[in-house]
Design a protein. Structure first.
Length: 165
């Protein structure tokens, strides 16, 4: 454990940068695990103190990005079919994810509206309101001639209830 007042050496900072290239949050976590003070980490990496604090507070029980005991799932190693269809989002406090404007336009939704989604394994597939309606409609068996209508059954149930009261 380092003393809180010690500054990470350039060699320590370089080692962390090489271990987690392009990922400041993982670099912050790695230096934090070595015992450096938040202010010293911020100075060494050239970031704001508040950013360092937020990363260390949010990631207390999480390993650095990309590190797990099991490793990534096999299908995660497959390259995406098209990079213009792959997106990365930051999870904000409260579990919120902000979609870019071009995706909101694609889904034909605006702020405050509802998107539907479906969990497929470890993937979340989002779809707009029209596709949501189509998917629900596809799960409902269409009415066939000769079958009772749901509306008629509902009315009959309500009338029976009223007669009992």
């Amino acid at each position: 454990m380092k003393a809180q007042h010690e500054m990470p050496t350039p060699a320590e900072v370089d080692a962390v940068r090489q271990a987690y290239p392009g990922n400041k949050s993982s670099q912050i976590r790695a230096l934090g695990e070595q015992g450096f003070a938040r202010a010293r980490i911020a100075d060494a990496l050239g970031v704001r103190y508040q950013f360092v604090r937020n990363v260390l507070e949010a990631g207390r029980a999480q390993p650095p990005y990309g590190v797990s005991e099991q490793g990534p799932p096999a299908d995660a190693l497959a390259p995406p079919q098209s990079l213009d269809r792959v997106f990365q989002f930051t999870v904000e406090p409260g579990g919120k994810i902000t979609l870019p404007d071009h995706l909101l336009a694609l889904f034909k939704v605006r702020e405050g509206r509802v998107l539907a989604g479906e969990l497929k394994g470890e993937a979340l597939e989002l779809y707009g309101p029209l596709e949501g309606v189509r998917r629900v409609q596809a799960t409902i068996k269409p009415w066939q001639e000769g079958e009772p209508m749901w509306s008629e059954e509902l009315i009959a149930e309500r009338r029976a209830e009223a007669a009992r009261e």
